[in-house]
Design a protein around this ligand. Structure first.
Ligand SMILES: [Zn+2]
Length: 73
């Protein structure tokens, strides 16, 4: 009878550990996906260097000598 109880407890612990491992793996996968997306967004902001026009408030690339929207330099 004692062996049966130990068997049940052992099985329960095994399932619990398995549950924790699966849960941690899923959490890592979700965080990894979010992290990758965040990195891409950050890179996009870094590659496209834009400045805000003080006259009209539009964002335009720094390559332009003057604002393409209102012509402000
Ligand atoms: Zn402008």
């Amino acid at each position: 009878m004692m062996e049966l109880v130990l068997l049940i407890i052992g099985a329960a612990i095994s399932y619990f550990i398995l549950y924790l491992v699966v849960k941690a793996a899923v959490k890592d996968a979700i965080l990894e996906t979010k992290g990758t997306k965040y990195d891409q967004d950050e890179q996009e902001q870094d590659t496209i260097a834009k400045i805000k026009c003080p006259a009209c408030g539009q964002n335009y690339e720094m390559d332009y000598p003057k604002c393409p929207f209102c012509g402000h330099q």
